[in-house]
Write a protein that binds this ligand. Structure first.
Ligand code: NCD
Ligand code: ZN
Length: 344
């Protein structure tokens, strides 16, 4: 009998499900692994109002396989012009559960993002008052700042002040990639949480650049030095209750990644749990996996935990070189590798 691990069904607190044909191709992978997922609003055009988010939610539900009980948890895309009343209306009606702050031009689909956080202070004050979480892509976009330093500089320049100004605002520092971010989150109070992706637990920047440039290891925030990966593994497996699973699965067609200007984003949804659990096993922390995957996220968002369970077994599974997602060919994270754990 192989070793097994049974945990409450996990949720994914950071996904990109895209739209139209690609949505139909990728949503089943997330729905197969997770009960719920926070769906990012960086479509083209972005999801900036209640009506748009509500219609997108309907398209996601329609894209799910027959009989799926997956629940998309929607988010609003903040711009310099977001109206606090619209935010309150959408949160009160349950159309969205959080709002996403993309600094303008930080990443894929962020062209309409916020140019200066002070522009949205009235919105953030409203969110603080109604208990609505702010999800942050935490990188500065200043051309003078090296891309490997953009997250650490964001903490110094923006996050510290924001937390001082809005001490009761719930903030999720998304997809953290640095020792600085890990230290910041660990040292913060109850209002500050973070998500960590599987890729930032598995790879450092060598994976992108040694032996040739490897576009399928490129995402934003970009993977950093080994010491940062080690800090993230330590935090993820530490038992800190304010850290939870968020894959940042971000599918792009193979040919758009293998290009002179390849898109940022790693498609990790098909084997996300297998990828994460391997890390917890390597760190001797399988006993911490259920909290990270299934308990901490709902607790922070103020939602019930899932009642059903899943079982992972210690048995090999080989990740395919590519996946046909309803006509779009995508190279998944761990392509061609054999992982030691699989979903039973
Ligand atoms: C994301 C995408 O492709 O939408 N890309 C990525 O590299 N993570 C955007 C994001 O979350 O930064
Ligand atoms: Zn993302």
């Amino acid at each position: 009998m192989s070793e097994t691990l049974t945990i409450r069904r996990p949720d994914d607190w950071h996904t990109h499900l895209r739209d139209n044909d690609l949505l139909k191709g990728v949503a089943p992978f997330t729905a197969r692994q997770f009960a719920r997922a926070i769906v990012m609003p960086n479509l083209s055009p972005p999801m900036t109002d209640v009506a748009g988010v509500s219609a997108y939610r309907d398209r996601i539900i329609a894209a799910l396989p027959e009989g799926s009980d997956f629940t998309p948890l929607m988010t609003l895309y903040l711009t310099d012009d977001t109206d606090p009343a619209e935010v309150e209306r959408g949160f009160a009606s349950g159309t969205f559960v959080a709002a996403k702050l993309y600094p303008a031009h930080a990443t894929t689909g962020s062209a309409h993002g916020v140019t200066d956080i002070r522009n949205i202070y009235p919105v953030l004050e409203k969110m603080q008052a109604i208990g609505m979480p702010l999800l942050i892509h935490g990188e500065v976009t200043d051309n003078h700042v090296d891309i490997f330093d953009r997250e650490a500089v964001f903490i110094e320049r923006t996050l510290v002040q924001l937390v001082a100004d809005m001490p009761a605002l719930k903030i999720v520092f998304e997809h953290i990639t640095t020792q600085e971010a890990a230290d910041f989150v660990e040292g913060s109070g109850e209002t500050i949480a973070a998500t960590i992706t599987p890729q930032h637990l598995h790879i450092n920047r060598n994976a992108m650049l040694v032996g040739g440039i490897r576009p399928h290891a490129f995402c934003l925030p970009v993977a950093k030095r080994e010491k940062h990966r080690q800090a993230l593994r330590k935090l993820a497996t530490s038992g800190c209750t304010r850290v939870f699973l968020g894959t940042d699965t971000a599918p792009h067609a193979k040919d758009l990644k293998e290009s002179a200007c390849g898109c940022a984003g790693i498609f990790n949804a098909p084997f996300a749990l297998e990828s994460y659990v391997t890390v917890f096993d390597d760190e001797g922390a399988l006993d911490k996996f259920e909290a990270f995957a299934s308990l901490n996220g709902p607790a922070f968002y103020g939602m019930p935990v899932n009642e059903t369970t899943i079982t992972l077994e210690k048995a090999p599974v080989t990740v395919p070189d590519k996946i046909d997602a309803n006509g779009t060919i995508i190279v998944p994270f761990h392509a061609g590798e054999t992982l030691r754990w699989r979903l039973a």
